[in-house]
Design a protein around this ligand. Sequence first.
Ligand code: G
Ligand code: G
Ligand code: MN
Ligand code: NA
Length: 256
Amino acid sequence: FSMETELRRAIEQDQLTLAYQPLIDLNTGEVTGFEALARWVHAEKGIIPPTEFIPVAEESGLIVELGRWAMRAAARTLAAWDRRAGYVLPIYMSVNVSAVQFQRDDVAAAVAAALVESRISGERFKLELTESCIVADPQGINRVLGAIHDLGVGIAMDDFGTGYSSLAYLQRLPIDVLKIDRSFIAPMLEDKDSVAIVRAVLGLATALGMTTTAEGVETAELAETLIALGCDVAQGYHFAKALPADEAYLYLAERN
Ligand code: G
Ligand code: G
Ligand code: MN
Ligand code: NA
């Protein structure tokens, strides 16, 4: 079978799952949220990473279903964790949305449906978009992001610094979080220029009223450096990789 056929079946038969990577508040050291990352558990091939199947989903249009599934699954997990804790946990879920989904689907309606289904308030949800979402259709994206924002759902710019979006969009669009790409974070300890770039991006984000998340934080020294620079949130292997839902819940329960 083609990968497209197999992926369609995987979505129908619930062979996709989400892994959850903790997002750490650098001021408190506590978990402030989780990024939901799709995994395909294939019967013969084992775990297929999203870098292999997301492009197939985008080309075939299956990304619309996959994206809707990811939002619903992340909202359900958060609701399940609340029940397990016995109270509304003070954390958010952050879900990736492809540029193709913004072109082909009503993303605001999709996220609203996921929230209603699990009775999760919009303030506990964020959508991560890449700069390619903006470049594809700046006017369209402005309207959609406005509608998403009206739900209380936060908007994070993913992989910031690697795309082609103009700084003007950062100012014009309702972006709440800037996620600084790990290609700028990882070399910081050896490379002064990376520190200068990260410092400048943190300053820009703060000036524009956004919070900042550093991706790819693999060491304690990096975390310390980012704290000194005033970065708000960190994500990376120093804290934890993306974990199955149960392990993510236990990580949260132990850390907070
Ligand atoms: O976890 P990592 O290898 O796992 O993720 C690789 C890439 O796949 C990242 O760029 C991430 O944003 C993307 N990705 C992971 N899950 C999803 C998803 O549910 N939807 C979309 N559009 N991208 C995803
Ligand atoms: O959506 P995004 O492109 O940011 O996807 C996050 C990706 O980064 C996932 O593939 C995730 O597994 C990966 N990742 C998360 N933390 C680290 C890290 O500390 N180091 C590296 N190299 N990759 C990471
Ligand atoms: Mn992401
Ligand atoms: Na990223």
